[in-house]
Design a protein. Structure first.
Length: 176
């Protein structure tokens, strides 16, 4: 004769199983989710836009003083300044950050930034056709300020053919 378990035991097993299943299901809801990286630009935080706007304002205000200052290799004042001298001056005066003197050594400072992730104040570097290195400070709307042999201190578009072809790398020096 086969003995059967009382039906109350079977019901108890089902209840325990159902409880375990519910605990397993709801414990998944309580776990922290890990964000999955998404290709392309992420939405900016409002504080990032404020920070960038403040930096842009400082940079353009200082540019108004320097605009048109002639280029002079090794120069570091309004009587004549080269690209790295200008960037070094800006960073020291506006952000109290002391950078190296040459664009090549500046390119090793801070953290690398992908071109599509540039923010106001980032340093942009170029390898020019004459095999020299050039540096400028990125602004909004694809512009950057720098000192050129022909125009002196000026603002150019990073999308212009010459600069687009010569683009090398970028570095973020400023925190945040």
């Amino acid at each position: 004769m086969t003995q059967r378990l009382p039906s109350s035991g079977s019901s108890a097993c089902q209840s325990v199983f159902a409880l375990l299943l519910l605990l397993f299901f709801f414990s998944g809801c309580a776990s922290r989710s890990v964000p999955i990286p998404v290709q392309g630009a992420l939405p900016e935080k409002p504080e990032t836009r404020i920070r960038d706007a403040e930096i842009e304002e400082k940079l353009r205000e200082e540019f108004n003083y320097w605009k048109g200052a002639r280029h002079k290799l090794g120069g570091n004042d309004k009587d004549g300044v080269d690209c790295s001298g200008l960037v070094k001056f800006y960073y020291k005066k506006l952000f109290n950050i002391d950078l190296p003197r040459t664009s090549r050594t500046m390119s090793r400072e801070g953290v690398p930034v992908r071109r599509e992730e540039l923010r106001t104040g980032d340093l942009v570097f170029f390898r020019l056709p004459d095999l020299t290195y050039h540096v400028g400070i990125f602004l909004t709307n694809g512009e950057f300020l720098h000192s050129t042999k022909i125009k002196g201190v000026t603002i150019s578009s990073i999308g212009q053919d010459y600069w687009r072809r010569s683009y090398w790398t970028a570095r973020r020096i400023l925190p945040g």
